[in-house]
Design a protein around this ligand. Sequence first.
Ligand code: HDE
Length: 709
Amino acid sequence: MAKKKSTATQKTDDLKQFEKDPTNQVMTTNQGLKINDTNNSLKSGERGSTLLEDFLLREKITHFDHERIPERIVHARGSAAHGYFELYDSIEKYSKAGIFTDTKRKTPVFARFSTVAGSKGSPDLARDVRGFAVKFYTQEGTWDLVGNNMPIFFIQDAMKFPDLIHSVKPEPNNEIPQAASAHDTFYDFVSRSTETLHNHIWAMSDRAIPRSLRMMEGFGIHTFRLINDKNESHFVKFHWKPTLGVHSVTWDEAVKINGADADFHRRDLWEAIEAGQYPEWELGIQVVPEKDEHKFEFDLLDPTKLIPEELVPVEIIGKMTLNRNPENFFAETEQVAFLPGHIVPGIDFTNDPLLQGRLFSYRDTQLSRLGSPNFHQIPINRPIVETHNNQRDGHMQMEIPKGQTAYFPNSLSGGCPHLAKMSEGAFHSYEERIDARKVRGRSESFNDHYSQPALFYRSLAAWEKQHVADAYTFELGKCTQKPIKERMLYQINQIDGDLAKQVAKGLGLQVPKKIEQPVNQAIGADDDGKNQPPKKKNYLEKDDALSQDHTIFNSIATRQIAVLAADGFSMSDFEKMQKALENKGAMIKIIAPHGGTITCDQDMEHEVDAAIVTTESVLFDAIYVPGGKKSIDALLDEPKYKKFLNEAFKHCKAIAVDHEGEDLLDETFIANHKDDKAIFINDKPKAFIDAIAKHRNWDRMEVAAKVPA
Ligand code: HDE
């Protein structure tokens, strides 16, 4: 038998010393006392009152009473995994960071993906931005790249973050709605803060409803600096590109997935890693020399702007592989603390005012979330290198710092811990020249709020544009206040006239030509009146990298294929398809009228993966129906199979049937659409496989919209 490849890294080895394995162990109290009854409290007589003396009861209940910690104020819902990062080629001309110069290293990572607005227990398929946070445990200390799956953010200045988040979170009077942006307060804010419109249109696109956390891009968003060993600085934007491509579900699926499996993304990530189908992302950089800082039509320090890849191509420099699930959700995924302020020599910040605010917020929030300034000592947060300094004490101190001194300079401890010389790899902030007035304000160069949302929309394929229009219509349709909807229509109209008309039609409203209220309240009260953002520019017609139509479509690895079958299904049909699909890494699940096993026409028993009542079409990427008269008769007897197929058709998925399987198809909406290019009747498995790799047949969208499912 092939030996299972090791998934250990220096970090997972480090975590081992904290792991506890109860196998073959006796139950004890936290003091090591052996316990022989954990079911009954100590009483005065079997029916008597419980005694205060019962320390076993008190220890158990007290710990339970305190086992919750505050959830993250944003990004509360998340899933994470361990892995490693490998560099392809040294980029020493840009950066002196060990992780960017040493191609022999396998740097351990822990990556956490999250939604933003929902609570810890909210469903995975909310329309939302996804967090994409990666902790690199490097030899020079920990570097956190705390990004999102969209390359820009809603606001330009950290000062507005509490307002943005208060507007999107459930409304404060009734705590409704959970994990949803479709409500009045969010659109009240967005429609009056034009800087939000770029990130907002991304949130209306399919990027906000990924098929899988493994199929989304990641972005550092802010412009950072790379610093080389000559202390030269280059501006940089970080990109994560998934090797499986960028794919999404439709909104109708998202809504249904949330009911069918609220843990859809979490489960998908977990199962792919357990199956050895390790998720991978390539790391890319867009590099801009210092001298080109002002050469663009937008400001590099403005986090609501991306640098189009048409203007500055992404250089791929390495790859992250996630190959190990956490041992314990709370200890690792919940307690991990990401801080954008965790950097290493060779990487530095810029003056992006959003980044600058984040540099404060994350440490601050961990103090109340994790409860102590010693949160860096929690196993998942410990760097893999030794740490020494004169910080002392605090709640839950886990270390035992030795010696008489806790100050610097000292002579009583021989001056230790001593300072590092630059030649020993000490960190040194980039010496940017600053000569400025102290102002509370915003740079004029940030004041273009329509050009890039328009560029994004222009760059989308027709099917993506339709999804954007549908999303705006849905979201605004959920708002109750007409003036808010009209203000939004006005804003959408600035981005694209046709889009605004389409949304207005869905809302039963007109696109207003003018609105009275100010639309850009990014500036102070005294500036009211001159607060219309300038007309949009068109410095680039299209950027292909912005559209999912140009992503990778070459793999069906980990795609979930439902096989609809009952007793008597054709083994020869099934075997042929199963082999072809599994060869390419797809996951096959038999969906039968009942659980347990079913018997094929060759009298073999097959394990059922799910009874039809326990599953839904939206949980699968494609459907296959093998022949066999008895089997198909049984499927025809259970109406949910028709719903299953109709929904898959509605969601533009590939469907293949063989022999009598066509009889089932004939009972569905698909009967009149057999010529569809992703419907296969007695066809070769290869054709089906190619269609699954294409993700969806979006050409079907217009017909699919008519399916009453
Ligand atoms: Fe965050 N953000 N954020 N954020 N953020 C948090 O820190 C904050 C922003 C991002 O998986 C919090 O540990 C401010 C941009 C991710 O644990 C908090 C501002 C980007 C995660 C916080 C921003 C992000 C967080 C809440 C505006 C993409 C989850 C819990 C200045 C580049 C990390 C926590 C994880 C989490 C503050 C804007 C990404 C409150 C003040 C822009 C992926 O500190």
